[in-house]
Design a binder for this molecule. Sequence first.
Ligand code: P6P
Length: 324
Amino acid sequence: MTQPLHHWLAAAVANDGVDLKLSGVLETIAAACAELAGVLRLAPIAGQTGLAGHTNVQGEAQKELDVISNDIFIKHLRKNADISILVSEELDEALHLENHGAFAVACDPLDGSSNLDVNVTVGSIFSILAVDPGSPDLLQPGTKQLAAGYAAYGPSTSLVLTFGTAVVCFTLDENGQFVLSQDNITVPAASGEFAINTARERFWDEATKAYVSQNVAGETGPAGKRYNMRWIGSMVADIHRILMRGGIFLYPLDSETTDKGGRLRLLYEANPMALIMEAAGGGATTGHGRILEVQPKAIHQRIPVIVGSKDEVERVNALYSHQG
Ligand code: P6P
């Protein structure tokens, strides 16, 4: 019998000093992800994979399921009195729930939703912060996260969690319960796979161009080995693959995204994935420093994201140092 999430969290509280209320916040998020998994599985039949007809604060056309996913998170989080604030990719402002709890959740309720109508893995990404409900500080660096994780809605539904040390994975079972499927996940230090949207090459900086061309040169160039490329267009799917078998995910600052500060969001995409990747022994850099040490300036701030196998991230950092 594989260990249910509830038992795993109870053991973490009893044996590892995890805060009981924090474990409750994770159970609340897991329940939202389990409900969302069921909705996504039937969405094409329910005709819900289309556009919602308006754009979000990011200027992106919202899918109907973006709105539904966000509503599912709000419904579940509102029921947990320990969660006082939700920062969501789908909400212009932070949502102050009718609670006065000591926790805030930052999330992308449905990441990669452009893949929904082609039935490719999408996900939910979340980050948990401690806040004073009276005067909440949401602009905390990633090192302050109490926990982070994501759900990957694929052939199976995975829930990956970390408190900043170990990384574990649960799988949704036939009863709609998450059960432990992988413990103490570590990302291989070396890899032969990289993930980047190569259609953006003309916008890249010199460090990114050098890194990718070295990989493409494979065994004939300075990398000295063959590389393969994967780009799913769903961060959760790419990150989960990298966590499982190694690799590197790059969405660097480029000439087209410089004005916005990058493509991906710091609070609810970069920071949670960086905490997971570093806890698994990997790296997470902007190209000019640790993602987790960036001081946020706004809740929807964007940031360059380069995360994955330690050796690969170190090679990219060396190229950025050389670039100056
Ligand atoms: P591009 C999805 O919209 C997302 O935020 C990430 O999940 C994904 O990795 C990235 O954008 C894809 O970006 O520019 O390749 O469409």
